[in-house]
Write a protein that binds this ligand. Structure first.
Ligand SMILES: Nc1ncnc2c1ncn2[C@@H]1O[C@H](COP(=O)(O)OP(=O)(O)OP(=O)(O)O)[C@@H](O)[C@H]1O
Ligand SMILES: [Mg+2]
Length: 436
């Protein structure tokens, strides 16, 4: 009896042990599945209130968190693969050269097809070499120190770097390099843009514009010489002859009878009028005082004369200039003032015009100001560029020909100012046409 009771008890104990062990075994199995990343890792047990139930709950929470992380990791890997593919695509098809260097050693780790084509080297010839050891960059002494700088500063840029291709052709590139962190290490990416054609086009454009400037200057000089010549001819030839006629007619006055006197007087007046016109014409062509006395007295005379003709109050404010200026500056400054004063007389409806000539910080400044109706500078200039008028543009052109600049300031109803400035030490550059 006792024996059978003990057997029953031990079988009950065994069942109890088995009952207790079952969830533990299931947790162990789930753990194993988790380790091998297999299907469902849920322990499949009810979350009871006892310690085993709490353990199961904690286990399921942990496996769920792991699963979520895994999903996130998959998505991140997917995005990374896509981004790598996109980068590769850009790298392979970029229309700029790209070099990837090892930031520690300077060795070339990667190079894109555009650069191998540009330099005429194969990928294999470039990979594994240090940048300053290979052909195109070899004769560029700046590279080794630049690499050190790049390691320090993380950014290096050369606007215009001359290189030589494997075929010995000279090219110019813009070279920009940056340091990036990749997988905990550093790499250097160099972007290389071929600017050879752009540079050549720029050089051709500059040369054409320089030639055009030289030609314009020659044209203006020739025009001034012709004006000077015409002014002298008018004064010396026509002026002298008319003066002789005037003196002769005057000499006849006392002996002329009353019947002839009115016609003689009329002739005398006509000769005097023509003489005045010739005098004015000669002055307008080129006042001799500009050549004989210089810019300052010529401007004083011009302002008074123009103001008087237009019925305005004219003021001149000048610094006494210590020396005569380059003749081109004197001429252009005078002609600008002449056009500005003519514009005031023709368009401004002003009461006062002021001409100022000052030396400021190694520059000569000319300002012609009026208190008239003003104008919309941008709109009028736009019209002038389209061919409506010449005056404003020719003032700008004349300032540039003498190495200076010109600015127009005006507001409708608030008067106008023409401001031109020239370097005082400027000298007419020798013309290549003269040298030939
Ligand atoms: N001081 C000024 N006050 C008011 N308007 C002005 C003044 N100067 C220029 N303008 C305006 O600017 C326009 C262009 O001037 P610009 O000197 O180029 O031409 P223009 O005097 O009309 O003819 P031209 O080509 O014979 O000089 C003038 O027609 C006038 O409307
Ligand atoms: Mg004008």
């Amino acid at each position: 009896m006792r024996k059978s009771i003990r057997r029953i008890l031990s079988s009950l104990q065994l069942r109890l042990v088995l009952l207790l062990l079952r969830p533990v075994r299931m947790l162990v199995k789930s753990g194993a599945r988790l380790a091998t990343d297999e299907g469902s890792t849920d322990a499949g047990l009810a979350h009871r209130n006892d310690e085993l139930g709490q353990l199961t709950g904690a286990f399921d929470q942990m496996t769920q968190a792991l699963k979520d992380r895994q999903v996130e990791r998959h998505a991140a890997n997917h995005a990374l693969r896509n981004s790598e593919m996109r980068y590769r695509g850009l790298f392979e098809t970029a229309q700029d050269g790209i070099l990837i260097l090892n930031a520690e050693t300077g060795q070339i780790d990667d190079v894109n097809p555009f650069l191998t084509d540009l330099l005429g080297y194969t990928r294999e010839q470039l990979l594994g070499n240090k940048l300053w050891e290979i052909g195109p960059f070899k004769d560029t002494p700046a590279f080794k120190p630049a690499f050190r700088e790049l390691q320090r500063e993380a950014y290096v840029r050369y606007e215009d770097l001359p290189l030589e291709t494997s075929a010995g052709k000279s090219i110019n590139v813009e070279f920009v390099s940056n340091v990036y962190q990749v997988n905990g290490g550093k790499v250097i990416q160099c972007n290389i843009r071929n600017i050879t054609e752009h540079k050549q086009a720029e050089a051709t454009r500059k040369e054409s514009s320089r030639k055009l400037q030289v030609l314009s200057r020659r044209l203006v000089e020739a025009q001034e010489t012709e004006r000077r010549h015409l002014a002298r001819e008018l004064h010396d030839e026509l002026g002298q002859t008319l003066t002789v006629a005037q003196l002769n007619l005057q000499a006849l006055l006392p002996s002329t009878g009353p019947g002839e006197l009115p016609r003689l007087k009329e002739s005398l007046q006509a000769v005097e009028r023509v003489l005045e016109q010739v005098h004015d014409l000669a002055l307008n062509l080129r006042p001799s005082m500009l050549d004989d006395l210089g810019l300052e007295p010529a401007l004083v005379w011009l302002t008074r004369r123009q103001a008087e003709l237009a019925g305005l109050k004219g003021e001149v404010q000048t610094d006494a200039l210590e020396q005569r200026l380059d003749t081109v500056i004197e001429t252009e400054c005078f002609r600008i003032a002449q056009e500005a004063l003519t514009n005031v007389a023709r368009h401004a409806r002003a009461k006062t015009v002021t001409v100022e000539l000052r030396q400021e910080e190694g520059q000569l400044h000319l300002r012609v100001r009026d208190d008239g109706i003003g104008f919309n500078v941008a709109a009028i200039r736009e019209k002038a560029v389209r061919g409506a008028s010449l005056g404003l543009l020719s003032m700008e052109e004349r300032a540039a020909l003498a190495g200076g600049q010109l600015e127009l300031k005006s507001l409708p109803g608030r008067g106008s100012e023409v401001h031109a400035w020239f370097p005082l030490l400027w000298q007419t550059p020798p013309s290549e046409f003269e040298a030939q």
